[in-house]
Design a protein around this ligand. Structure first.
Ligand code: GRF
Length: 220
């Protein structure tokens, strides 16, 4: 893709399908970004295989190797700073990031969560939604603040819970929409269109305040 590429760091812990969707969007010319660094807190994360395959630099920085959260945070700060990344993308990073890290990159850390926040914060959001019995759920991309899953919302996609769904089929369907909206949000950052003011996000020039719809829902 022509034009300026946004340097990003992607934080992972597991399979890394969201990382893959970012890699693919860059390769397809839909996302003007460059992954400068992948950080994992787990050495066995499959996401690291994706980084290796792609020749993307990666670092394993487990919290348990440090005396305390502050020191872990300092290591994360220095890794991101020396990579040159200007946006930190948490993509299935299963650890709460330290407060000093959040302060160092204020409004420049984003996360994807598999529910329509503020519903179903925390772990296993898809299972929480399934067990509650909601008929609509989805995913949210938000700015990371010290309070878990509570930062300003940038984009959301709605996913229906279908009669024959299991927790697994629902989670799979949500994941497909994560892969759709996360690269889109990073592209908005790359275009300098994400403005955070008074705890709310505006996406300059967007047709919607956020990305509230799922094109499949238009059929219902
Ligand atoms: C996704 O569902 C994401 O929303 C959640 O963890 C999962 C990560 O999946 N935070 P992957 O590692 O990107 O495949």
């Amino acid at each position: 893709m022509e034009g300026k590429k946004l340097p990003i760091a992607v934080f992972v812990s597991g399979k890394g399908t969201n990382l893959q969707s970012i890699i693919d969007a860059i390769e397809e010319g839909k996302l003007s970004a460059e992954i400068k660094l992948v950080v994992s807190n787990r050495s066995k994360a499959y996401a690291l295989e994706r980084s290796k395959r792609q020749g993307i630099p990666y670092k394993v920085i487990p919290s348990k190797s440090f005396k305390n959260e502050q020191e872990w945070g300092e290591e994360l700060i220095s890794a991101v700073k020396s990579s040159g990344a200007k946006l930190v993308v948490l993509a299935g990073f299963m650890k709460i990031v330290p407060t000093n890290f959040i302060e160092a990159f204020k409004n420049r850390i984003i996360n994807i969560h598999p529910s329509i926040l503020p519903s179903f914060k925390g772990l296993d959001a898809q299972g929480q939604a399934y067990r509650y019995g909601v008929t609509l759920t989805g995913c949210t991309v938000h700015i990371v603040t010290p309070e878990l899953d509570a930062g300003p919302v940038i984009a959301q996609a709605v996913v229906p819970v279908l009669p024959n769904d299991t927790e697994e089929t629902l989670a799979q369907r949500i994941l497909k929409h994560e892969h759709r909206i996360y690269p889109q949000v990073i592209q908005w950052f790359s275009e300098g269109r994400v403005v955070v003011e008074n705890g709310k996000v505006t996406v300059l020039g967007a047709r919607y305040g956020t990305l509230p719809f799922n094109p499949e829902l238009e059929k219902f």
